[in-house]
Unconditional design. Structure first.
Length: 405
């Protein structure tokens, strides 16, 4: 297939592009390289050294003989450029990663909230609008998040997208209906993914677009393709805005920094190995919904862990200390997360678990590049509200100079 990968220079987009190119597909990356500019804004870089997208694709061609094409297009701003590209190339499938993906970054300030909404929602709508205008029957696969469901405890497994409910009619009868699982976003970032869901539902119903929405958990590790050459390595974020809880714990352990658990650590999160993530995307590509069908929704995760359990597991492995800090997020102190994910398992996914793959996958990478860490960028300090901001610990190591009283 000819596949357009929107946001193909990013954390998930790059390994997905390599995986699908390796499988024989014709890959075209469309990206505005905004994630690289955000590195500059935040004054922090990926733990793993990253070459330019042009150099990355050159190395891939030298290693495999296969070309990945790059196009500098901003989906949120360059509508006519996007539409013209789609009209000329008419891809068989479009994979949409082109959104600002960090919840803490989306909550840093009013400017960051505006940017996240404008970028994410406009990019999604521009893409749907262009596909409709061109009558382009390309299968659209979107990388969403488990965060659309929220992290509340309801005592039942979260289904894959749709919830069967009984509605009482005016005549006293009960009518069964399937609705989108109620959204409960925990940040501006998660809220944009909830808005994406509604846009997909409308365009699938109104214009017959074929859409698959993947509600993904926290991603970790590297793929077979990104290991193939040192310059193909994927990015590794460890800072308080973009670093996932797992990446942050591992780099903290590697550099002798306390593992920062916020609140009680009772937050339960979903996880998936990045090799499984790209396999899931490939399985979704092979199993598109029919034209006119409702949006296909998969829960793209393989296991769940409480944050404190994850910290204790890594502390046992590494001998690191745990620092219990105030929580910068506005969320429940404890939650359960029971998630159904039978669809991908039924399609043949055999998942890699944290315990099976953790040591060899990430610890060595964290230790190898630990010299690149800026310790000042490790704390998570972006607060959800102004009241919470006043409670944040900016110095978990306790090394800041104290004034003499």
């Amino acid at each position: 297939m000819k596949i357009a990968v929107m946001g193909g220079d990013g954390f998930i987009g790059w390994p997905t592009s390599l995986h699908l190119s390796d499988a024989g597909h014709d890959i075209h990356i469309l990206d505005n390289l905004s994630r690289r500019w955000i590195d500059t804004e935040l004054g922090v870089q990926s733990l793993t050294p990253m070459d330019s997208i042009q150099e990355r694709t050159r190395i891939w061609h030298a290693e495999t003989g296969r070309r990945i094409h790059f196009n500098l297009i901003d989906l949120a701003k360059d509508y006519e450029l996007l539409k013209n590209w789609l009209s000329e190339h008419r891809p068989d499938a479009v994979i949409h990663f082109a959104e600002q993906r960090a919840a803490p970054y989306s909550m840093k300030s009013d400017r960051h909230k505006n940017y996240t909404v404008n970028n994410n929602v406009s990019a999604t709508h521009n893409l749907l609008n262009a596909l409709t205008e061109l009558n382009l029957d390309a299968h659209l696969i979107h990388l969403g998040t488990m965060g659309v469901y929220g992290y509340s405890t309801v005592g039942a497994a979260i289904p894959e997208g749709y919830l069967r409910v009984g509605i009482e009619t005016s005549g006293g009868e009960t009518v069964n209906q399937e609705i989108l699982y109620p959204s409960n976003p925990g940040s501006i970032y998660h809220m944009t993914k909830c808005l994406d869901q509604l846009l997909f539902q409308f365009y699938a119903k109104n214009d017959g677009l074929r859409v698959t929405d993947l509600h993904q958990g926290i991603v970790w590790a590297h793929t077979e393709q990104t290991r193939r050459h040192a310059q193909l390595i994927n990015r590794f974020d460890y800072d308080g805005d973009y670093g996932t809880v797992l990446n942050r714990f591992l780099i903290q352990a590697a550099i002798g920094y306390p593992l920062t658990v916020h609140g009680t650590g009772g937050q339960t999160r979903a996880f998936i190995h990045i090799q499984d993530s790209v396999r899931c995307i490939e399985l979704a590509l092979k199993n598109p919904p029919a034209r006119g069908a409702r949006v296909e929704i998969f829960n793209q995760m393989t296991e769940t862990h409480r944050v404190r359990d994850l910290a204790e597991m890594i502390a046992r492995m590494s001998g690191a200390n745990i620092a219990w800090l105030p929580n910068p997020r506005k969320e429940a102190a404890e939650n359960e997360l029971i998630v159904r994910n039978e669809k991908f398992r039924d399609l043949g996914l055999d998942p890699i678990t944290l315990e099976a793959g953790l040591l060899g996958e990430i610890v060595d990478v964290a230790k190898k590049f630990a010299y690149r860490v800026d310790r000042a960028r490790v704390p998570a300090v972006s607060a959800w509200t102004k009241d919470i901001a006043a409670t944040i610990n900016h110095d978990p190591e306790g090394k800041r100079l104290k004034s003499v009283s």
